[in-house]
Write a new protein. Structure first.
Length: 227
């Protein structure tokens, strides 16, 4: 009986996955995309070590860096000095990099988009989105342009709004089995709670509830089921 229930719940899972734009298929990345993506991990390692000189090597000689305030820094030497000053003022700061996309713009030119989260020595966190233009010189990928911009703050309610269609009461029937679900907003619309009850021939065989929320660290919707 529980297998039948899981099959019916699976229908709801598929609907949620569609609403979230889930993609279960995977496309093999090109060697260029793989190489550029790996550089993000190396960059993060150098940043977390506070190594301005190592970080500077990720950029071209004529790098143009625009920070989230619109301030432009040109040239690798000036950028290295900026990084040196930053680490001196924020010793122990760390960065987490999330690469969202890498796409070709032309021969040996790629665009990378992603988000960063810098954690200060005192634990304060600051998020930014970025666009990096990579070029290949002497068989080496380097960043020629880097533009950062603030990440707009979005509430859990805004992130969960794509699941607003779930709010309400629902019934699924299959033969003698019936699944009843009811979803409501909870805690100031920061979560969705969903109860379920499975009956067979009118007798309840399984009951439980689900909590759906936004994970700001992983930047995705998560759910927990209790039965």
């Amino acid at each position: 009986m529980k297998n039948r229930f899981l099959a019916l719940i699976g229908i709801s899972y598929v609907l949620v996955s569609v609403a979230l734009g889930a993609d279960t298929g995977q496309t093999a990345a090109s060697p260029e995309v793989t190489a550029i993506t790996h550089l993000a991990a190396d960059y993060q390692k150098a940043y977390n070590a506070g190594d301005a000189k190592a970080l500077a090597q990720f950029f071209t000689d004529d790098i143009q860096y625009t920070d989230e305030n619109g301030q432009l820094t040109q040239g690798r030497s000036d950028l290295e000095q900026l990084l040196t000053d930053t680490f001196a003022e924020n010793k122990g700061a760390t960065i987490d990099i999330q690469v969202n996309s890498v796409r070709p713009l032309g021969s040996d030119v790629f665009e990378e988009n992603g988000e960063t989260m810098v954690t200060s020595p005192t634990g304060e966190k600051e998020s930014s989105s970025y666009t990096a233009i990579y070029v290949k010189k002497d068989d080496k990928w380097q960043i020629a342009r880097l533009i950062e911009s603030p990440v707009p703050n979005t509430s859990p309610e805004e992130q969960l709004s794509q699941l607003a269609w779930m709010i309400g009461s629902w019934k699924d029937r299959g033969g003698s089995t019936e699944v009843e679900t009811k979803a409501d907003w909870a805690r100031g619309n920061n979560f969705i709670t969903r109860t379920f009850k499975v009956s067979d021939g009118g007798d309840a065989v399984l009951e439980g509830w689900q909590i759906i929320g936004w994970d700001p660290k992983e930047k995705r919707i998560r759910s927990w089921i209790f039965d």
